[in-house]
Write a protein that binds this ligand. Structure first.
Ligand code: SF4
Length: 118
């Protein structure tokens, strides 16, 4: 008698697909926290700047200057100050982001969670 053993889906995924799905999972997990208003509790001037070496920032390929990213998902003209998840003053250099509660991101930054403002 032979058994039909199935391999978990994550073991057969391509690395890029696995990275994409983990990025989406991290973003999806963090956005509800931010929607509770945690990111807005502190004045933007009080928040520390997000470090590009922060583990979540690394997972989402965050850069302080969008022009420097080599991520293939980047589209010219995209930056935090044009992202729907950016919560700061669009004219300020830094502001809160729904994906990184408690931190300010660079208005000219970018990450793979970028959502173009409609
Ligand atoms: S691109 Fe959007 S989600 Fe990513 S850090 Fe900037 S404001 Fe936040």
């Amino acid at each position: 008698m032979t058994k039909n053993i199935q391999t978990p889906a994550t073991e057969t995924m391509q690395p890029a697909r696995r990275h994409f799905l983990s990025t989406v999972a991290v973003s999806a997990a963090l956005i509800p926290l931010a929607s509770l208003g945690l990111a807005r509790m502190a004045n933007a001037a009080d928040l520390p700047h997000l470090s590009p070496t922060d583990p979540t920032a690394v997972a989402l390929s965050y850069v302080e200057d969008a022009a420097t990213t080599k991520n293939t998902a980047f589209q010219a003209g995209s930056a935090c100050d044009g992202c729907a998840l950016y919560q700061g003053d669009r004219k300020a250099a830094w502001g809160p982001c729904a994906v990184f509660p408690g931190k300010d991101v660079a208005a000219k930054g970018w990450c793979t969670s970028f959502v173009k403002m409609s």
